[in-house]
Ligand binder design. Structure first.
Ligand SMILES: Cc1cc2nc3c(=O)[nH]c(=O)nc-3n(C[C@H](O)[C@H](O)[C@H](O)COP(=O)(O)OP(=O)(O)OC[C@H]3O[C@@H](n4cnc5c(N)ncnc54)[C@H](O)[C@@H]3O)c2cc1C
Length: 517
């Protein structure tokens, strides 16, 4: 082949929220060595449009991401008001009663790669919940303990963990790290319009304060505005409000009654009449918000439910309303533009799937960075296939939390179990799981899964799903299963005896830091 190739060297990221800065950091860290040869990463960020400022729950992948881009965990924990997250506790999702709750922890079930404990637990569990039978982390959370100790090195875990963080502080922290340590260029300017070449590629973004900014690859991180992928390139948005009904959030920040108050080390998601309330404990405050369906409840009533949850200390708190559009772009990478973060789409934050999707998308872009424009469409097609698959799987997984409910007390819960609102793939999986429980090899091996089979197990059996088990099928590994469940009990005792209280660990880290890796 002959002819001029168009090298891809100038990466322009528009938007400086969590998506923009994480993407910048991941790409810059991976391509550091090329920077002297003209490779550059520029973040163009509006000085007037604030970032969304919510998005406090993360996934354990963030530990690896931060380590890879060279962040010190101690600095991160100190700068972004970070607490540890060990999973989610779902309250009132199954029956709606006071004592209705289950855990989706971040540790996989005991001996997960050797044995599927589900059938054994179904056959015999002495009334112990699925989570408590196979994993110590529910108890660790109940006891208010941290997932590591002060002598555990940075990013290492005793019990698997992610973070709860302040989104505004996180973006500022990443900005400083990217600009000072990774050579990312930062332009504070408002994009007014996008200029296209004759062939339809983006040639530059025109900004109010810094003129035209040219690039070879543009990454749209402009949040819900989707200025490049939506406005300039016209990629349609695929709604999924017919599956996931929540379309509005009311968010508040609740102070602790005192500075010694325990910090929960799991997200608490409490089902309400027409949605659910998230409750995320940071060291200095709690972030609490009601995600609901406007079709099923008025905003006034929703605010009353939120205020009832906040209690007397929240009486005078201001509540911020955020409109949510559930769904994603039909395609994520078109021509020389790829969307990451809210510009790519959004699904209700029930399982904190947004930031992990940003990490996975940015990692894929960085790993497969096309060397020249001539190969970009091939990379784009791969990226689109993997990303579309991931969005679909996340929609299925989020809907799973709703379809297993036995609640029929409001139209919201009744509508959620209507078959026409359940994606076909999820219906098929539910049928399959009636006869055989999910396990790690099932079909979750296409791409790096956001929610692996262990997650499905915790939600299914936490919500009382039943799989028919043939007694004969248990015989082969009954002894190994019994041993694994006994080991869970021992493991629980050991962790509960050895781990510090969550708040105490955070205080000690702020005073003396963790050992760097
Ligand atoms: C209610 C709610 C709760 C959430 N909870 C979670 C959670 O627990 N876990 C999770 O993983 N995710 C959560 N999310 C999602 C998460 O907040 C986002 O995925 C994440 O913050 C990334 O946002 P972003 O960077 O794409 O967009 P934004 O933060 O909106 O950033 C957009 C950027 O684009 C810039 N911009 C806009 N217009 C222009 C312009 N004309 N010129 C230049 N720059 C421009 C802005 O200045 C800003 O810097 C939640 C979202 C909502 C709505």
């Amino acid at each position: 082949m002959t002819g001029m190739v168009r090298p891809v060297r100038k990466i322009v990221i528009v938007g400086g929220g969590t998506a923009g800065w994480l993407t910048a950091g991941i790409i810059a860290a991976k391509h550091r060595s090329r920077m002297s040869a003209g490779f550059s990463v520029t973040v163009v960020e509006s000085p007037t449009t604030p970032i969304i400022g919510v998005g406090e729950g993360t996934w354990p992948t963030l530990r690896g991401t931060l380590a890879r881009i060279g962040v010190s965990e101690t600095e991160f924990l100190r700068s972004c008001d970070v607490a540890f997250k060990q999973g989610a506790r779902f309250a009132r999702w199954t029956t709606g009663t006071e004592d209705d709750a289950y855990y989706h922890p971040l540790m996989v079930p005991q001996a997960f790669s050797q044995i599927n404990l589900v059938p054994h637990w179904l056959a015999k569990n002495n009334g112990r919940s699925f989570c408590d039978s196979v994993c110590p982390q529910g108890r660790v959370c109940d006891d208010g303990l941290a997932p590591k100790t002060i002598t555990t090195a940075e990013f290492d875990a005793v019990a698997n963990y992610a973070y709860h963080l302040d989104a505004v502080k996180f973006a500022a922290f990443l900005r400083e790290h990217c600009c000072e340590k990774l050579g990312v260029q930062h332009v504070l300017a408002d994009v007014r319009c996008t200029n296209l070449r004759e062939d339809g590629d983006i040639s530059s973004v025109d900004t109010e304060q810094a003129g035209d900014i040219e690039g070879d690859l543009f990454i749209d991180c402009t949040g819900f505005k989707a200025l490049l992928i939506g406005d300039a390139l016209g990629v349609p948005f695929k709604e999924c409000g017919d599956v996931l009904f929540c379309d509005t959030a009311l968010a508040a920040q609740l102070p602790y009654p005192n500075q010694m108050h325990p910090i929960a080390s799991m997200t608490i998601a409490t089902a309400q009449s027409s949605g659910w309330i998230w409750d995320i404990g940071l060291p200095t405050r709690r972030g609490i918000g009601y995600v609901f369906s406007k079709r099923h409840i008025s905003e006034d009533k929703a605010e009353r439910e939120l205020r009832a949850y906040l209690g007397p200390n929240g009486r005078n708190l201001s509540v911020r309303k955020i409109n949510i559009r559930s769904g994603h772009r039909e395609t994520f990478w078109k021509r020389n533009c790829v969307a990451v973060g809210l510009a790519a789409g959004f699904l209700e934050p029930l399982e904190a799937s947004a930031i992990v999707l940003i990490e996975l998308s940015a990692k894929l872009i960085a790993q497969q960075m096309p060397v020249c424009r001539e190969v970009m469409d091939i990379v784009a097609a791969r990226f689109n296939a993997a990303t579309l698959y991931r969005w679909g799987r996340i929609i299925d997984f989020l809907k799973l939390h709703y379809v297993l409910t036995k609640r029929r007390d409001t139209a919201f819960w009744r509508d959620n179990v209507l078959p026409e609102t359940i994606p076909v793939r999820l219906q098929e999986l539910l049928l399959l799981w009636r006869h055989q429980p999910p396990w790690f090899h099932d079909e979750f091996d296409r791409v790096e899964e956001v929610f692996p089979a262990a997650s499905y197990q915790y939600v299914l059996y936490g919500m009382g799903f039943r799989t028919a088990i043939e007694p004969a099928a248990l015989a082969g590994d009954a002894k190994a299963a019994e041993r694994a469940m006994r080991e869970t009990v021992v493991h629980s005792e050991r962790l509960c005896a050895g781990l510090p209280r969550h708040r105490d660990l955070i205080r000690r880290i702020s005073e003396q830091g963790l050992q760097p890796v």
